[in-house]
Write a new protein. Structure first.
Length: 408
């Protein structure tokens, strides 16, 4: 099957020019050259692709240099695993040597050896990602599909190539639900059975790799449905028993990328108890920003029973003070506890902005001696303001006078 017209139709002109240029350069180096991985899947699915993965049979690094020189790009990085990363204008591509891999221990990075095209395709995660399109001059556009990827693509199925796949690399469990959820594909029955069998192998994967794959899920437009599957197949719980996700609670989420990432961390940790927080942070190797957000979400959940009982605005204020507004907003958006929502919204919309006009400096300027009572006084003043006991500057002055010197 030749798909050159499909490539031309779905890649943009610059990407097509680059593939043609690489094809010419590969002739000079006497090597076969193929488009592989996600770009093949996406193009055959009738859509454009961002990054391009190119596989050559040998001399990848010299080819990468020649491509950069002749097509006007920059080689960014060359690894000892046989991969070169390049930018040509706005287009990113990886040029790699065909390779085969062996996994000594589950979760380890594989040992990589030079291999054939067939071996390279056979080491991949799913049939839909294990196809290649020839870029060689004499066979440009020929589809190489030894694992029936095309029919799985047409039938909407995510299927592993062999029964050790998830044991070799358990991040593929997260990738399976991402690829399935992205297109509304089904997990093939056997693949789903392997996920259930091998989900515990997620324990063998580093926090960094798990976090990377989870965050790729967070970024997908259908991330909530994907996380629900991850919950139902006990994938989240295999990462840490306190992680969970409930699709029904998810309202539409509109916010920028960084916040979205945090909100999803909040959603999968919202049922965790305070004792679970540190182990989750350690397991996922969360940075300080993510860790603080998860901490706040779990703290809010622990505070909610007291919050529901709080009778005064000042109590609400002091319970919620110091928690990130984004965490409070996220919690309020995704809980069905109306009383908690009411108190949190009141705090976010009004209470957190309340400030007495009298400050520490103004008290010192009025001759109040320095000392811990200043902090206590300001705290009581703020509480009186929050609870509506005083509402003007004059009343604040009166409040301070009465507190310091007593009297009516
Ligand atoms: N791959 C794999 N096993 C993994 C990760 C990647 O076999 N654990 C292979 C797949 O063939 C995949 C290719 O490497 O298609 C590139 O991986 P990646 O860039 O992570 O994903 P894409 O398939 O390009 O998908 P996306 O659209 O999400 O970028």
């Amino acid at each position: 099957m030749n798909v050159s017209s499909v490539i031309k139709e779905h890649l943009d002109d610059e990407q097509f020019r680059i593939l043609n240029g690489i094809a010419t350069i590969a002739v000079d180096f006497g090597t076969g050259c193929y488009l592989v991985g996600g770009a093949v899947r996406d193009v055959l699915k009738g859509r454009g692709s961002g990054d391009l993965d190119i596989m050559v049979e040998h001399r990848f690094s010299e080819i990468a240099d020649a491509v950069a020189e002749q097509l006007g790009g920059t080689v960014l990085k060359v690894t000892r695993f046989g991969t070169a990363a390049l930018d040509i204008g706005a287009i990113h591509l990886d040029i790699s040597t065909a390779r085969c891999e062996t996994y000594e221990e589950s979760g380890d990075l594989p040992k990589v050896f030079p291999g054939t095209l067939e071996q390279d395709l056979a080491r991949r995660d799913f049939t839909i990602n294990a196809m290649a399109i020839s870029l060689s001059r004499d066979s440009f556009g020929d589809l190489i599909d030894h694992h029936d990827g095309m029919s799985d693509l047409e039938n909407g199925v995510v299927r592993v190539l062999h029964n050790q796949s998830f044991q070799d690399d358990a991040t593929r469990i997260l990738r399976a639900i991402r690829f399935a959820g992205r297109e509304g594909y089904q997990l093939d029955e056997y693949t789903e059975r392997l996920i259930r069998r091998d989900v515990r192998y997620l324990e063998t994967v580093s926090g960094e790799r798990i976090r990377h794959e989870i965050e790729r899920i967070f970024l997908e437009p259908t991330s909530s449905a994907m996380l629900q599957v991850a919950n139902d197949l006990k994938i989240l719980q295999a990462i840490h028993p306190a992680l969970a996700f409930e699709y029904s609670i998810v309202a539409p989420i509109t916010c920028d990328f960084d916040d979205l990432n945090l909100i999803f961390y909040g959603l999968i940790t919202r049922q965790a108890s305070p004792e679970d927080v540190e182990p989750i942070i350690t397991r996922l190797m969360l940075d300080s920003v993510r860790a603080a957000f998860v901490n706040d979400i779990v703290s809010i959940r622990a505070i909610v029973p007291s919050l529901r009982l709080s009778k005064f605005n000042s109590e609400t204020y002091y319970l919620l003070e110091g928690l990130q507004p984004l965490a409070l907003d996220a919690y309020a958006t995704f809980t069905d506890d109306a009383e908690a929502v009411k108190r949190i919204r009141l705090y976010l919309d009004e209470l957190r902005c309340v400030r007495p006009s009298i400050t520490g400096e103004s008290l010192l300027a009025e001759g109040v001696p320095e000392g811990p009572w200043i902090g206590q006084l300001l705290k009581s003043l703020l509480a009186a303001r929050l609870d509506g006991d005083i509402s003007s500057y004059e009343e604040e002055v009166e409040f301070v006078r009465r507190t310091l010197w007593g009297g009516p």
